[in-house]
Design a protein. Sequence first.
Length: 152
Amino acid sequence: MEMQKMVKPIDILLVEDNPGDVELAREAFDATKIYNNLYVVDDGEKAMNFLYQTNGYADKPRPDLILLDLNLPKKDGREVLADIKADGHLKRIPVVILTTSSAEEDILKSYNLHANCYITKPIDLKQFVKVVRNIETFWFSIVTLPPNGEKK
């Protein structure tokens, strides 16, 4: 526990409008060994405000990882992904698509928009928790993430 206080937490932005999936993700991340801060927004406009630190999000950090649902209110997840990857200050933040869609069109479009990973959400509670834990293990134990700075 003392060690965690000395280490900067991993900042994760979950963009998800389903309260049940948000709660499952919270539980799964709370149970992990990685020291993290999970931030949640429930639509695409709020996601962009969070990332640009505007409209009530000025004190929020730049996330180390974004978990993005595709089917969102106000601004679709595909639009959010396109905006992130087109912005020189945001494009290096890894974006994991975490959605119920297994449509080939959505998968191809997401990768064409430079998603770093595409995961179809399982319906089963235990499998969902397992997926979130595997995301955490892969992205924070195996992968070397880019520095969290403003460099282009």
